[in-house]
Design a protein around this ligand. Structure first.
Ligand code: AMP
Length: 191
């Protein structure tokens, strides 16, 4: 199973990614988590992306694409994966297509997690309290929303036109939304 999960900041991608990946027995691969780990460990990559992430901007495409390719090369991702937070630009969509083509693979479904816009900010501010993420302050949140709308939301149309999009109502409890996603993906891939 090769899946993507997409949605606005605060839609619950990370939380749902873990549950869905477990459900299908594939690794959940979050570019945001990989970058945060590097920042925390003070690696050269972490030093490179720290300020970018704090500002709510995108890490450069080539760098992000390389990290994803390296991660997808790992043994545990050979049978499938769920990518959380990648791709976020059309350039990244093309890079993922090239990577999969080269390996004779293709995507099975692209999950779009749809949450009422007015709930997103509240969710992010709550997460800021709970997790203390450096990019969960009001100014950066607003900027990340704008970047999502202008750069990432259009990717949903691209995947929709390929017949891959599975739009799921992301309002509700973690379990409710998780069950909804699994049912929708199962229906899509004919399980
Ligand atoms: P996330 O945890 O997915 O919200 O990602 C947190 C931050 O990591 C983003 O605001 C970006 O700065 C960076 N990031 C994560 N994924 C990507 C990506 N695919 N392209 C560029 N930057 C990314």
């Amino acid at each position: 199973m090769r899946l993507l999960i997409m949605g606005a900041p605060g839609a619950g991608k990370g939380t749902q990614a873990v549950g869905i990946a477990t459900h299908y027995g594939v690794p959940a691969i979050s570019t945001g988590d990989m970058f945060r780990d590097n920042v925390k460990n003070g690696t050269p990559l972490g030093k490179q992306v720290d300020a970018i992430m704090k500002a709510g901007d995108f890490v450069p495409d080539e760098l992000t694409e390389q990290i994803v390719a390296d991660r997808l090369d790992q043994p545990d991702a050979q049978g499938g994966f769920l990518l959380d937070g990648f791709p976020r630009t059309m350039h990244q969509v093309d890079a993922l297509d090239d990577y999969l083509d080269k390996h004779g693979h293709s995507l099975d479904a692209v999950i779009s997690l749809d949450v009422d816009p007015e709930d997103l900010i509240a969710r992010l501010l709550k997460r800021a309290e709970l997790e203390g993420r450096a990019d969960d302050n009001e100014e950066t949140i607003r900027h990340r929303m704008e970047v999502y709308t202008s750069s990432t939301a259009p990717l949903l149309d691209a995947y929709k036109s390929r017949g891959l999009l599975v739009a799921v109502d992301g309002n509700g409890t973690v379990d409710e939304v998780g069950a909804r996603i699994a049912a929708a993906v199962d229906a899509k891939v004919g399980r």
